[in-house]
Design a protein around this ligand. Structure first.
Ligand code: ZN
Length: 494
């Protein structure tokens, strides 16, 4: 009896620990989001900013910790869609004008130094941070990009303290003003074998808004407890280009220069094909999968929703642009597996009906209510959807004056999932199935086992007129469709 109390206590405390981490992250995330929207909302794709001031250079001078003031001008440019960042700083020292330049594209960076003009190529992780430090919105965006590491540290001196990591061994503390939600200060722990454990600090002061972007009037950097540089922001330009006309880039290899203006696309590749009146197939070539789109007289229905929120949002946009007059109102699912229903969260905020079976309700509700702040998908947990269940071993018809589809529940005999729907379009004599059938492109027939037999039995017992049988997953190596003859052969094969 005592032991079971201990077990229950352990379970409860483990549960609250999990919740603590998520709650802490979500608090940090909401502060960060507010800071980002306060600092710069709907920014143009590119920003170029110039600042100038003094580096208090600690060199080999006559007394300890003596510094020499060196004038510096910094130019930083950021290109969101191209994932390009550019930094150029010019110092005046001993009568010489010396230049240090870096330009990064995605994860690589080219740099030339003040005193060594040879070109060095390296990984851009550290550079991304150094470049972001020059403009608060970029630093906040870097924290957002790395938000899986984001934590709330507490509140101190009218600042929220958040922490994030941009690589495995570096953590940055953001000090966000509790009143203005602007970034006043950043701190980063470092090590130096003369000074020991040290702090690198940047302070931003005197924010003003330019075209919706909050830009500080000045930045002060501290190293080893001393002021390292003091800069005043001078000039800000938007919509410059990541090429030699806007940036001085003749020193990077031509091949790299040419790559800079390329927009980094994260989109899936879709191709749409009409397979019958009112029925279009969307081939997801990048995911080796397919979904079906059906046109009713006043709305659109989608069949299957494979994993990938980005993918499903892209499918939604594709449907909106192809059928602008008809809203998406129904999502028909064959079964609960991820490659068929893993993406339903993308539809949770739309007034759609999910056609499925009752055994999936609890699981689907869980998928539909999850938060997805670590994805680019930051929507409310959906409340607009509803369910429509097809009864076990039963059928249900969805029909209007343009299209009819009949859902049949046949899970019990499929040996695949306990509940499984197959969709029949009588006007087109077309059957849509999930994971039960495969029709090879080379025409070879393989035994289909219980899965194929379950569909074959459905067609024969219900006496469905079927010309074409379409399947969802997979795409590659598959014939466009199979026939009742193919199905008979594969369900008889041993
Ligand atoms: Zn499956």
């Amino acid at each position: 009896m005592r032991y079971s109390y201990v077990a229950i206590a352990l379970l409860l405390s483990t549960g609250s620990l999990w919740a603590q981490t998520i709650a802490n992250y979500q608090k940090a995330f909401s502060i960060l989001q507010k800071a980002i929207s306060t600092t710069g909302k709907d920014l143009p794709n590119s920003v170029l900013i110039t600042s100038s001031g003094i580096i208090h250079n600690m060199g080999h001078y006559d007394v300890p910790e003596k510094t020499k003031d060196i004038p510096v001008e910094e130019v930083a440019a950021y290109f969101q869609q191209e994932q390009v960042a550019y930094l150029r700083s010019v110092i005046q020292n001993n009568g010489l004008s010396l230049i240090q330049s870096s330009v990064s594209k995605s994860d690589s960076v080219y740099t030339t130094g003040y005193y060594n003009r040879s070109l060095v190529r390296s990984n851009s992780q550290e550079f991304q941070y150094e470049a972001a430090k020059l403009l608060p919105i970029k630093l906040l965006q870097l924290a957002y990009t790395n938000r899986q590491s984001l934590r709330y540290l507490g509140e101190q001196d009218s600042h929220f303290l958040l922490s994030f990591s941009y690589n495995s061994n570096d953590a940055v503390t953001l000090c966000i003003n509790t009143k203005t939600f602007l970034l006043d200060r950043i701190e980063k722990l470092g090590y130096n074998d003369r000074y020991g454990d040290v702090l690198f600090v940047s302070e931003y002061k005197g924010y003003t808004s330019t075209n919706g972007l909050q830009v500080p009037a000045s930045r002060t950097d501290y190293e080893f407890g001393q002021v390292e540089r003091e800069l005043t922001y001078k000039d800000i330009r938007f919509n410059v280009k990541p090429d030699t006309s806007s940036l001085q880039l003749r020193w990077v290899p031509v091949t790299f220069q040419r790559k800079l203006p390329e927009v980094i696309q994260k989109a899936e590749s879709l191709s749409v094909e009409t397979i019958a009146p009112n029925l279009d197939l969307i081939k997801i070539t990048s995911q080796n999968n397919k979904v079906l789109v059906a046109q009713f007289s006043d709305h659109i229905a989608l069949f299957e929703s494979p994993s990938g929120l980005g993918l499903n949002q892209q499918i939604i946009r594709e449907i909106q642009s192809r059928y602008p007059q008809k809203p998406l109102r129904q999502v028909f699912l064959t079964h609960h597996h991820p490659d068929h229903a893993g993406g339903i969260r993308a539809f949770a905020d739309l007034p759609v009906t999910f056609i499925t079976t009752a055994g999936n309700e609890a699981y689907f509700k869980k998928l539909l209510s999850g938060t997805h702040t670590l994805n680019e998908f930051n929507k409310e947990s959906g409340k607009s959807y509803r369910f429509d269940f097809v009864p076990a071993e039963g059928q249900k018809t969805y029909s209007d004056d343009q299209l009819t589809v009949v859902a049949y529940e046949i899970g019990k005999n499929t040996s695949h999932t306990a509940e499984h729907l197959v969709y029949y379009f009588p006007q087109q004599k077309l059957l849509w199935s999930g994971d039960l059938l495969f029709f090879r492109a080379d025409g070879r027939i393989f035994p289909s086992g219980d899965r194929g037999k379950s569909v074959y039995n459905l067609i024969t017992t219900k006496q469905l007129a079927v010309d074409k049988i379409y399947t969802s997953w997979p795409l590659n190596g598959q014939a466009p469709y199979g026939t009742i003859d193919d199905l008979r052969k594969s369900s008889e094969a041993k």
